[in-house]
Design a protein around this ligand. Structure first.
Ligand code: AMP
Length: 218
């Protein structure tokens, strides 16, 4: 039997491939995935006490911690997440990490690392399905039919954070907030850095090796 870490989080700059790798883990190891960006995009117009998520997403700003912590806790309390999960895009701040640590501590945090030049190049080609939330990339993970979601057949949209301003905001947020996150998980020896500059396959080979608990081949 392959022994795996079962409470996993993927962190990394925009367009580093977090969702793609989280989907692979979900499919291969049957662990439910929670993609916070996807949940927020699907509820972008919902009014909350902090305003609508779209006001943050469009500027590349993080939604306030209390809002996202509440969303994540609600989801992780569902029975399907009791045995394990893959978090994609959470935690992004030290407050989020602390809240999760008190609630359901992670086994491992995979940090995807991507060069700045590649962030710009990859980010502009991201698309998603407004109906089911599936994500695509025009070059790296294209839909089978141009502009149409493979999963539900709906029309795809460019991400609302594809603009230069939003991307700049996201990179700034990432740089400002990640150092503390890294220190936090390094202190618990839970952080694994992964080179995400290569192909999806290359990143996947590193990811699956890191989530094994022992020397099994996966
Ligand atoms: P992503 O799809 O992970 O790139 O996230 C897209 C956008 O959703 C981010 O730029 C934020 O505005 C918002 N978002 C996603 N996850 C979080 C999070 N953990 N904390 C705050 N905002 C988030």
């Amino acid at each position: 039997m392959i022994k795996l870490y079962k409470k996993i989080a993927l962190i990394g700059p925009p367009a580093s491939g977090k969702t793609t790798q989280a989907e692979r883990i979900e499919q291969k190891f049957n662990l439910p995935r929670l993609t916070t960006g996807q949940i927020l995009r699907q509820n972008k117009n919902q009014k909350t006490e902090y305003g609508k998520p779209r006001n943050y997403i469009e500027k590349g700003k993080l939604v306030p911690d209390p809002l996202i912590v509440q969303i994540v806790k609600q989801h992780l309390s569902q029975p399907e997440f009791s045995e394990g999960f893959v978090l994609d895009g959470y935690p992004r701040t030290i407050k989020q990490a602390e809240a999760l640590h008190d609630f359901k501590p992670l086994d491992i945090v995979l940090m995807l690392q991507l060069e700045d030049a590649k962030i710009q190049e990859r980010a502009s080609e991201r698309m998603y399905c407004p109906e089911c939330g599936e994500t695509y990339h025009l070059r790296l993970k294209p839909p089978k039919r141009y502009g149409i979601c493979d999963r539900c057949g709906s029309k795809l949209k460019a991400r609302e954070d594809n603009s230069r301003t939003a991307l700049k905001g996201q990179i700034k947020e990432y740089r400002n907030k990640t150092k503390k996150l890294v220190d936090f998980y390094e202190a618990y020896s839970k952080l694994e850095k992964i080179d995400a500059n290569g192909t999806i396959e290359n990143t996947w080979n590193q990811v699956k090796t890191r989530i094994k608990r022992d020397g099994d081949n996966v």
